[in-house]
Design a protein around this ligand. Structure first.
Ligand SMILES: Cc1cc2nc3c(=O)[nH]c(=O)nc-3n(C[C@H](O)[C@H](O)[C@H](O)COP(=O)(O)OP(=O)(O)OC[C@H]3O[C@@H](n4cnc5c(N)ncnc54)[C@H](O)[C@@H]3O)c2cc1C
Length: 225
């Protein structure tokens, strides 16, 4: 790396360290407790009030999604800067401010394949933890062989009509929106699958928690009628 780049990175490290020292609340520097994990979304209660402050401050800088483009609310950091941020957070044992299938799964796919309107519509809400997402892929007869999924989706010109069932949908009962794989063409297996997103409050969407013998479980069965 050229000297200027090294210098810039060290400046970034110093600024990041100072910012974290000033902005990371004391309890956010302690080990995460299960019931204090912040998943965001409309139903987030923030059991520890400092976790709300921490999320807001980090999201304001785009540091919940450090490498996502700034125009969608991300941090716009290079890979090296993001690594420095992670190192400096580790140094003070800072908690991750947001756990989110939007950050880990839907957002990266949307940034890669979505159009501009879709990115502007959804990415900022993911960065700020305003929308909680769940993943509707697995079905009772389509797990390892995911491409065998049968949830039927018909184009009704002004809307899509969906009928079917998903399973193992983690936290579907607490999610605001779902990113979902549906079958729009039965004549071809892989090419007949479409990726659809919709509000979990839509009529005919029902999430039923699955009880496991081990006790607590994130899983749901999710029905589209
Ligand atoms: C913690 C966790 C969270 C999850 N969250 C979600 C979620 O949010 N959304 C979602 O959609 N899904 C979720 N899943 C579901 C997960 O993706 C499915 O478990 C996965 O798709 C496998 O499907 P299945 O459980 O039906 O197993 P099956 O496909 O029925 O497989 C059962 C067993 O048979 C084996 N097997 C399958 N096919 C073959 C073959 N052809 N030859 C040999 N062996 C085979 C498999 O290896 C496995 O051991 C989650 C799973 C876990 C564990």
């Amino acid at each position: 790396m050229a000297d200027t780049a090294v210098d810039e990175l060290e400046t970034f490290r110093a600024e990041t360290r100072a910012w974290l020292e000033e902005n990371c609340p004391p309890s956010m520097r302690t080990p995460m407790k299960d019931d204090e994990i912040v998943w965001g979304g409309k139903r987030e209660k923030f059991k520890n009030p400092e976790s709300k402050i921490w999320l807001e401050r980090m999201a304001e800088k785009g540091w919940t999604a450090p490498q996502w483009p700034k125009k969608y609310g991300g941090g716009g950091l290079s890979a090296q800067e993001a690594r420095v941020l992670q190192q400096e957070m580790s140094r003070i044992k800072a908690r991750q401010p947001l756990f989110s299938f939007g950050l880990w799964m839907f957002g990266p796919a949307l940034l890669e394949f979505g159009n501009e309107e879709q990115k502007m519509r959804f990415i900022p809400d993911i960065v700020h933890g305003r929308t909680r997402w769940c993943q509707g892929y697995s079905e009772p007869g389509a797990g390892s062989d995911l491409a065998d999924l049968q949830t039927k989706c018909e184009d009704k010109d002004d809307h899509w009509l969906i009928n079917g069932q998903k399973v193992w949908t983690s936290y579907a009962d607490q999610a605001d929106w779902i990113f979902c794989l549906v079958r729009t063409d039965r004549s071809v297996k892989h090419e007949g699958i479409s990726f659809l997103v919709f509000d979990m409050q839509t009529d005919g969407v029902e999430a039923r928690p699955i009880k496991l013998i081990s006790g607590s479980s994130p899983f749901c069965e999710t029905f589209f009628t």
